[in-house]
Write a protein that binds this ligand. Structure first.
Ligand SMILES: Nc1ncnc2c1ncn2[C@@H]1O[C@H](COP(=O)(O)OP(=O)(O)OP(=O)(O)O)[C@@H](O)[C@H]1O
Ligand SMILES: [Mg+2]
Length: 384
């Protein structure tokens, strides 16, 4: 004869149920029924105090609780305690359908109420409903926690953004104030060349301020989704080779354009915005590579399976530490690199947002400091 034994996984997948019942025979009967219904019945207990101890120790999936129990505590109080302390569902099993008791039981927010006498079907339905309700409640609570965390993160980001804006505005303003004061108070003491220098510094800092304000307002509008793109059907191969011709003119032999595309590729594109994306990436590559060894490559590929076009812009410059590869797409993040004069750190966050609005993406890769960087753009190809 073959004896069928339960596998470990079968035992583990069974729900553990604790019966709290002061009448031994009834407790035994319920436990037997639980086993025959496919649950794992833990050793029953007869008082609320013991129930709390066992719940703490065994962490059952469900407690079936009689209302009248041995000891000081009744089933309702014990259920309240178990719910508050352990977040484990309790269903009442009782012969009492008295209005007052029902009202009191309701306050313990039970996951079910099974009236004695009950048959196996009633018991199974009550248990499954209680387990399901609890699972749902856990999911809702997790979701609420997530929403709350997202809210807090957003608030932190908003505050950080405002602080950064104030900080970025302050530095050119201080310079402007200082030099205009100098011109106002001591113009007659300054030589022609010094006055010229002051005016240049004023102009540069005012231009910096102007760029900053335009970038901030663009970023804010694009992040809020109130930034209208004027997309049109663009043939990307031609667009890129025209663009790369102007980079070639500027960068001569330190720039290379590689494309494996021989056919036309149509993309829905806001030309000006996309131009802004490429310009920032090329500008970043220039700023972060030494002039003498500079090599900037723009490579275009068709990702046929995913119906995407991929543009990689790589350089052999300062490189980026892996911990910063995501961070640089956040507004105002600028890293200290060997070569670059500090920018405002808005360029890449604008790129990210512009590409997102084109259903595309941008990512950064680098083998580490001093080992160059590669920025990869992906854009969906239009069907026709
Ligand atoms: N090719 C690159 N190599 C190394 N570091 C880079 C490269 N591109 C960007 N970074 C780093 O990422 C930071 C953020 O770039 P981002 O374009 O957002 O700002 P920025 O160039 O400093 O200023 P701007 O707002 O004028 O573009 C840069 O300050 C730089 O530290
Ligand atoms: Mg930049």
């Amino acid at each position: 004869m073959q004896i069928k034994t339960e596998s470990e996984s079968e035992i583990l997948s069974k729900k553990n149920i604790l019966v709290v019942e002061d009448e031994g025979i009834i407790a035994m009967d319920i436990r037997e029924r639980l086993v025959s219904l496919g649950y794992n019945a833990l050793d029953s207990v007869s008082s609320g105090e013991e129930a709390i101890k066992q719940v703490k120790l065994k962490q059952p999936d469900l407690v079936l609780m009689d209302i009248i129990l041995d000891g000081e505590m009744d089933g309702i109080e014990a259920a309240q305690h178990i719910r508050d302390q352990f977040n484990i569902p309790v269903a009442f099993i009782s012969a009492y359908a008295d209005e007052k008791i029902l009202e009191k039981a309701k306050a313990a927010e039970p996951f079910g109420y099974i009236l004695k006498p009950f048959d196996d079907r009633d018991l199974r339905v009550a248990i499954e409903v209680a387990l399901f309700k609890h699972e749902l409640e856990v999911k809702v609570k997790d979701r609420e926690k997530l929403v709350e965390k997202e809210k807090q993160d957003l608030e932190t980001r908003r505050r950080e953004f405002l602080e950064s804006v104030a900080h970025e505005l302050r530095s050119p303003l201080t310079t402007i104030k200082g030099f205009s004061e100098l011109l106002l108070k001591s113009q007659d003491k300054l030589s022609q060349a010094q006055q010229q220098r002051c005016s240049e510094l004023l102009f540069n800092n005012i231009s910096k301020l102007e760029k900053l304000i335009i970038d901030i307002s663009e970023l804010s509008r694009i992040e809020r989704g109130v930034f209208e793109l004027s997309k049109s059907k663009i043939e990307l191969t031609e667009f890129l080779s025209n663009n790369s011709a102007s980079y070639k003119l500027l960068l001569k032999d330190s720039f290379e354009f590689i494309s494996d595309i021989s056919t036309k590729v149509l993309v829905d594109l806001d030309e000006d915005r996309f131009h802004q994306v490429l310009s920032n990436l090329i500008d970043n590559a220039i700023k972060n590579t030494p002039v003498e060894e500079r090599k900037i490559i723009m490579e275009v590929k068709k990702l046929k399976k995913r119906k995407m076009i991929q543009i990689k812009i790589s350089d052999n410059g300062a490189g980026i530490e892996s911990k910063n590869l995501k961070l640089i797409f956040e507004p105002f993040v600028t890293l200290q690199t060997k070569y670059s004069s500090k920018g405002t750190g808005i360029g890449l966050s604008l790129c990210k947002n512009i590409l997102k609005r084109h259903d595309g993406s941008i990512t950064a890769e680098s083998k580490g400091l001093g080992k160059g960087s590669t920025f990869t753009i992906e854009l969906p190809i239009r069907r026709n």
